[in-house]
Each structure stands twice: as C-alpha cells, then as structure tokens.
Design a protein around this ligand. Sequence first.
Ligand code: BMA
Length: 385
Amino acid sequence: MVNAMSQNRNMIYIGIIFILFFFGCHRDSSTGPNEKKTTTKTNDLLVDTLATAETIALFKNLQQISQTGVLFGHQDDLAYGVGWWAEAGRSDVREVCGDYPAVYGWDLGDIQKEANLDGVNFTQMKGWIIEAYNRGGINTISMHLDNPVTQGDAWDNSPAVRYILPGQSRHSSYLKTLDLIAAFLKDLKSSNGIFVPVILRPYHEHTQTWSWWGTSSCTKEEYNALWKMTVEYFRDEHELHHILYAISPQDTNSETVYFERYPGDDYVDILGLDYYQLWSTSRVPHLGKALEMIAKQADLRGKVAALTETGVEKVPYTDWWTNYLLASLKYNESSRKIAWALVWRNASTDHHFGPYPGHGSAPDFVKFYNDPLTVFEKDLPDMYQ
Ligand code: BMA
C-alpha cells in the first residue's frame, strides 16, 4: 500500500516536472534569442515587404509628386559649402534662393573611420540627416566604399566583387563593412523613435569602368549577385525596414544599356540616373530622352524615376540652371515626370556643382527656384504620411 502510494506520488512529481519542462521550452522558443523575425507584410510595392509606414508613404508621395514637380537636391548641403564648414543652419542653396533643398545627398565612403572620404564627420552626418527629416526633407545615401580586396579607394578597380560574394574568401570581412553601414542606418531615428526613411544608392555608376563594381571589374552576374546580397543582408539579416533602394547607371539614354546590369524589379525601388554630360545645350535632348526613358520605365514597373546625380564642375555657364538643367527636365511630358534632380557637392570655388552667393550662375538659380516645376523644402507636402 505504502509502496503504491509513493509510486503514485512519484508519478505526479514526474508529471509536474514534465509539464514545467514543456512550457519552459515552449516559452523559451517564443521569446528567447531564437525568436522568429517579424513577418507581417506591410506592402506589395517595395523591395522590402516589411517596410515601415513612413517608408511606404515616402515612396508613394515621390510617385505622386513626380507627376507635377521635380524636387531639387544637393550633396552634403548642410555639411559645408564654398568658404564654410559645418556651421549650424547654413546651406549654399538657401543662401542663394532663401530655401533649403528638398533632397539631401550623403555618402558613407570610409565608414570604418570617423569622417567620410570628403571629411564629413559621421556623427554630425546622422544629425543632419535627422534635421533634414524633421524639416520634411528627403535623404539619399551613396557608398563610395574602399576596394575590399586591395584596401584602395572606390576608384581602385582591381577585381574585388568575385571575392566578396557568398562562399568566397573575402565574404565575411566584407560583411563587417556592411555591418558598419547597417549600424549607421539603425541610428537614424527621430526623437519620437521613428526610423528616418532613407534612399540607399549602393554601387552607383556601375555602367562605367572607374569603380571596383564597374564594368571593367565584374561581370553582370557578379554585379547583380553583389546587389542582391547587400539588399538581403540589410533587409533580412539586419532587419532594416526604413530603406528604399535606388540604382544609378550613368550617362545613358539607352534602355538596353540601362538594364544590361540590373538585379531585377524585386530588388530596385527607384530607377536613378547619374548624368555628367550636360556641358552644352546640344546635350539637352540626350538627357531629356534619358529622363523620358527612365520615367516611362518607372511607370511601367511601378517604380520612381530620379536624376540621382548631375552637374557640371564650377557651373561654367551663367544660364546653366534654366537653359541646360530645367530645359532637360522640361524636354517633354515624360521627362518632367522624374521625382528629383540632385547636384553634387560644393567643396570649393574649383570643385562645386551647386550655386553659392556671388557665383555667376546664382541669379539664374533663383529663376530655376521660382519656376513652377521645381520643388524646394517650403513647397514640400508631408512626404512621410
Ligand atoms: C567625386 C568628387 C570627389 C569626392 C567623391 C565622393 O565626384 O567630388 O572629390 O571625393 O565624389 O564624394
């Protein structure tokens, strides 16, 4: 009898231990380190189907505003200009026309250091990106990353892509560089905890030969694999959901050339174009046709089109803003339908692509500013709603 009772008690203890163990394991697997990633789809439009509400809104608003206006953008606008460096509130564009740009370009080249390849401190850069967002502006980020094999700069076009793809010798060391970029992007949060959406423009001007990701250094298959690997790493491993992805071939208006190296619609949100051949009014139709081509393709594919970089060094024509750039944007009904046009940085009187007070093209820039087609900060609707 005693034996039977203690046997029963033992069975009950074993049962309780089993139940505790079972629920313990169950709890661990739902809240512990193996927790499943968020998988609630937010949209069917973007590369990232888990994109945040503000990121989706930015994309839709870019599509919408491109029907009637072209946003003006400037690289490093808040960081420095001709004759000044890192002074709060300053902007060469604003000092010429009284308004900030609508789009701000930044670059993460030298992400392993304290300042980027042009000397812009990364901590300050994060501050300016958040400041621009708080005022309603839009941020786009390029990546002039060093050659991951030779450690030369972005212009060292020794072969590298083939060594950093999955399974290759430099893959894990390259992921460490991408980790630094992901960490930077994760810090872009507003004071109320909203991730600041950014338009990432990796591996730009890849239809040229100058960079280690260009046509002389990797095959199109390698380029596309690099692009996909990068997007998947940021989106799926780092779970960054505040990014739109823009691709930027250079100086072409041929659809064939444009899509020759293209990772596919599932990996691209924005069809960009970098264009540096607008040095004569005879080039206006060439750029006009290029803008028409990307705007039509963006429409067909449910994307956004943009002139992601342009300019002529030192802006050597006093009417460049209206008779070259604006004339190209207004080339026809389709060319007007690009979302933004961004000019490169204002480093010095010898290397600038935007206007600055006293420059010969400044009065013409004011005309460009006043044209109904161009959109600067004060004209922007809420792009994140
Ligand atoms: C180039 C030049 C360089 C600069 C690089 C990255 O076009 O402006 O001086 O280092 O872009 O911003």
